[in-house]
Design a binder for this molecule. Sequence first.
Ligand code: NDP
Length: 403
Amino acid sequence: MSKVLVIGAGGVSSVAVHKMAMNPGIFSHISLASRTKSKCDAIAESVKTRTGQTVDTYEIDAEEIPAMVKLIKQVQPKLIVNLALPYQDLAIMEACLITGVNYLDTANYEPKDVAKFEYHWQWALHDRFRQKGLMALLGSGFDPGVTSVFAMWLKQHKLKNIRLLDILDCNGGDHGQAFETNFNPEINIREVTAPARHWLNGEWVETPAMTIREQFDFEGVGPKNMYLMYHEELESLAKFLPELERARFWMTFGDAYIQHLTVLQNVGMTRIDPVIYNGQEIIPLQFLKAVLPEPASLGPTTRGKTNIGDIATGAALDGSGEKTFYISNICDHEDAYAETGNQAVSYTTGVPAMIGAAMMLTGAWTGEGVFNMEQFDPDPFMAMLNQHGLPWTCKELAGPLEF
Ligand code: NDP
């Protein structure tokens, strides 16, 4: 019996829970808990209609450790899949340590008052998880997540080492809104407005946010402007692939998105420090989130495709000199919506969360302590991507990116 308790009931959770329900041989019982129980109930109802499986639902504030401990004791899961927000990671990990349950998430812990994307808070729990004989798997989404598994697959099958790595994240979808983010707006805007950082010869090079722009022709999407950004998997990749000379992360944004974001930044709406309004403290970015549509509501209107992948250059395993490979997945927003009722950004995160959970529950990936995706055999994960809606292709390029 592999009981799983999923925390959070947004778009990513909805996809992961649907996909778990489609694999009852691995996920024998699914419980879903979040801050707003009605959202859990809506997911459970959709899962029942689409798959016939029953999902138990609960209300929980995951930052309340005693309440989390009580819920875990009641549900008795083998694994907690944290698909709430990065702010809750440490509290949920603590509850796992107290109750002796394994843990998985898709985004590294962030303190609320400063936009920092670093693993050190969670890595610091390694010894405590090890001593308890428990496993925590960090960052099992697409990026972070699949992008690291892609790199490790290339290292296992194509390249002796990876000298240059570029991760390219393109969302070619159009949701018909003037401005909206594709996942939680607060988390997304914190990420996008943070300074860009890339790894170069053993050091981080920092540049102002959204200032380095290049154009790239994405298969299935067409030419798009993409911007150099910092993204959390760069930290784990630099740690687990010490041979990396350069690692960069690029994300596409349309001109309308950039224009809106620039105005919002200029007028102070992306601030994460409190301001007093009508005698009450509010955080402007949280207020902005409240007036934007829920990302989960964009499913019915989003058209187009995502294309996310890695371009890696290094010495070929077969001794044929330096080679460059491009490994990527293309995901269609409308197909994702038809299958689970959610658009492709939620789909490309929720499916790898389900697969990471399956790796842990089936014993394909085992360990005691806190782990990143780079530390495990990529092959079983890559096989499940092909089987569960995120097929990937790998092709050889003439050389690395020219910029
Ligand atoms: P949403 O905002 O749609 O969903 C977040 C959910 O968490 C909501 O249901 C929310 O409840 C719930 N929640 C928030 N605070 C608490 C709390 N204190 N206790 C319990 N539940 C809480 O986000 P997404 O589904 O888009 O994203 C989910 C996660 O996935 C995020 O951490 C995001 O960073 C990560 N992500 C990772 C990606 C990857 O590739 N690795 C890509 C995209 C996202 P309520 O409904 O009440 O607000």
